[in-house]
Design a protein around this ligand. Structure first.
Ligand SMILES: *[C@@H]1O[C@H](CO)[C@@H](O)[C@H](O)[C@H]1NC(C)=O
Ligand SMILES: *[C@@H]1O[C@H](CO)[C@@H](O)[C@H](O)[C@H]1NC(C)=O
Ligand SMILES: *[C@@H]1O[C@H](CO)[C@@H](O)[C@H](O)[C@H]1NC(C)=O
Length: 249
């Protein structure tokens, strides 16, 4: 584990991959658990920021916040242990230290965390309150040129999978990053097999963004891999053997 982290860190430093969580304010009031599911369905997760660096970047993306908003911080019921989602122990939490409302302030039943609209600091609150929330995506643009199969193997080794741009929200987030690609097209986890296009991650086919809104029917044998086109900002099918930058998630 430690080795993997070191290797990833070195790769980041050498500029071989760039991936930053992108945070989005969702202005719909939901209970914490419903917000959690909303983020998983449309983005990747409720927002987390586990280091000072990540917190700084989160706050830079949090400027559109117009109300107190949930983040992916919660307390294991009946314990004193706060966790970020993905079971990460929250070691340093920027609780609000304002003397009129020092946080956390209710050990008995406030088990979820939100970001205070004005103070930009964390508060504990009952999870059943309804609030807007922050969701994040976690795409990594890998600045290496690989075939589609090579990209798939790389993503599954170092991250989870080749990226699915399977909702408007995920697509918009990928479009923010694709401008930094060195190749005109960037591989995604879109593949044509047995008569259909599908996401290798298993995501559903509801959202599409094909060029001219036309899904390629019966593509030639060598044009069965899906990429994001930097210029049209839409999906396109390319020769799977082409070596391109790619998105992992
Ligand atoms: C988040 O901040 C980064 C860096 O300042 C910026 O490039 C990106 O567009 C922002 N994303 C959102 C969703 O605001
Ligand atoms: C903490 O929660 C208890 C139980 O719901 C409630 O009676 C009390 O007023 C709360 N205290 C604060 C400071 O919110
Ligand atoms: C990948 O290909 C692009 C376009 O051909 C090129 O500019 C870039 O330097 C290549 N990147 C690497 C890491 O080889």
């Amino acid at each position: 584990m430690k080795t993997t982290l070191t290797v990833l860190l070195i790769m980041e430093l050498c500029g071989l991959s760039s991936g930053l969580k992108q945070h989005f304010y969702v202005n719909e009031e939901k209970k914490w658990l419903c917000a959690y599911h909303h983020c998983r369905n449309y983005f990747h997760a409720l927002s987390t920021f586990t280091t000072a660096n990540e917190e700084e970047r989160f706050l830079a993306n949090a400027t559109s916040q117009t109300s107190d908003a949930w983040v992916g911080l919660h307390r294991k019921p009946k314990t004193e242990v706060w966790k970020w989602l993905a079971d990460i122990d929250a070691e340093q939490i920027s609780w609000d230290t304002d003397p009129t409302m020092t946080q956390p302030n209710n050990i008995t039943n406030q088990n979820c965390g939100f970001l205070h609209k004005d103070h930009k600091k964390l508060h504990d609150e009952r999870c059943t309150m309804r609030k807007p929330f922050f969701c994040m995506t976690d795409f990594v643009l890998v600045h290496q040129n690989k075939t589609w199969d090579g990209a798939l193997e790389y993503c599954r080794t170092h991250y989870n999978d080749l990226a699915s741009l399977s909702t408007t929200e995920r697509m918009n987030s990928a479009l923010l990053e694709v401008t930094q690609a060195e190749t005109e097209y960037v591989w995604t986890g879109l593949r044509y097999l047995a008569g259909d296009w599908f996401w290798v991650s298993g995501d559903g086919p509801d959202y599409t963004a094909w060029y001219q809104n036309k899904e390629p029917q019966c593509p030639a044998r060598d044009l069965r891999c899906g990429a994001l086109d930097k210029t049209t900002r839409l999906w396109t099918h390319r020769n799977c053997e082409k070596k391109l930058n790619f998105f992992c998630q």
